[in-house]
Design a protein around this ligand. Structure first.
Ligand SMILES: Nc1ncnc2c1ncn2[C@@H]1O[C@H](COP(=O)(O)OP(=O)(O)OP(=O)(O)O)[C@@H](O)[C@H]1O
Ligand SMILES: [Mg+2]
Length: 288
């Protein structure tokens, strides 16, 4: 159980990255490797060639259990998007291993990757990336349609997901007829409708005002609670991060520290996140 005390005592005392998952950070999750949805083992990502190398990730290790909602924070350029892209197989690692439900995705051939991504992963980006020519209902249904799920099941699953996210009234609208917040909730529904092993979100609230950011975060929280969805969310925003169970802080491509929420109320977790942000900023990194 993580202590809820101040930063000086808290930092660098968390469970070291790459060892067993910390206790108390996720509801109703079992223990041991079997319940781990994600195992990131010593991954390194180097861009460029000899004279112009960027080490975007340097020996990053951590694991995420089923039903955890995990945030990733860090200054611009610290490697957050690179980390998500390596986990989601959009980018390849230079070395190290990524296991999703025990399967080594870094060893997949390209032909297998597309199907794996479609069936096992859900994505939410800063911009909703909805298809303009499809209604919300059709956009949400798309991953099921591509996977040839029978139409009746598809309709029922779309309705159910939309209801949980409070977007039933926009189901027959096209993206241009919806607000930015509604579009982003539709994108969240599309990411979740396949019930993927892992949902990855890169700055999902980045383009939203505070009210819509809050609504989206409540959606993610609700999906996490009611479907046991496992969510990995990159964010610059301590408010967004305060909805998660655990936050990993990246710095120069490494896990600098992590914070566990434990049983703390969101406001208290927010304060603790802000303390880390202040310390990281105070040590010369960019503002988060
Ligand atoms: N395709 C690429 N080629 C070369 N360098 C890259 C490439 N993609 C990212 N980098 C570098 O890797 C480092 C990490 O980038 P990354 O995009 O992961 O940062 P980030 O933490 O997501 O930043 P931000 O908060 O600004 O989105 C940066 O130094 C960046 O310049
Ligand atoms: Mg980024």
């Amino acid at each position: 159980m993580a202590s809820a005390t101040g930063i000086g005592k808290h930092m660098r005392q968390e469970t070291p990255a790459g060892t067993s998952a910390p206790a108390g950070s996720a509801p109703a999750a079992g223990s041991g490797a079997a319940s781990r949805v994600l195992d990131v083992q010593h991954i390194e990502k180097v861009y460029g060639s000899r004279n112009n190398i960027t080490r975007a990730l340097a020996d990053v290790s951590f694991s995420v259990r089923k039903g955890e909602f995990v945030g990733i924070m860090g200054s611009s350029g610290s490697g957050k998007s690179t980390l998500l892209n390596c986990i989601s197989t959009i980018d390849s690692v230079t070395s190290g291993t990524v296991l999703i439900n025990g399967v080594n995705v870094t060893a997949f051939r390209p032909s297998r990757l597309t199907r794996f991504r479609r069936e096992q992963l859900g994505f939410i980006f800063q911009d909703s990336n909805l298809l303009d020519t499809l209604t919300a209902r059709e956009n949400i249904a798309l991953p099921l349609t591509i996977s040839r799920v029978p139409a009746r099941d598809t309709l029922a699953r779309v309705e159910d997901t939309a209801q949980r996210l409070g977007i039933t009234e926009v189901l027959d609208k096209y993206p241009y007829q919806m607000s930015g917040g509604q579009q982003q909730r539709v994108a969240a529904a599309r990411a979740m409708v396949t019930n993927p092993a892992l949902i990855m979100a890169d700055e999902p609230t980045g383009a939203l005002d505070s009210k819509n950011a809050r609504l989206l975060l409540e959606c993610l929280e609700a999906m996490n609670t009611s479907y046991q969805a496992t969510v990995l969310m990159v964010t610059h925003d301590a408010f967004a991060a305060s909805y998660t169970h655990r936050v990993l802080f990246l710095r120069d491509g490494r896990v600098f520290t992590e914070l566990n929420r434990g049983a703390a109320p969101r406001q208290e977790f927010f304060n603790r996140i802000m303390e880390v942000v202040a310390v990281m900023g105070g040590e010369g990194s960019d503002a988060l």
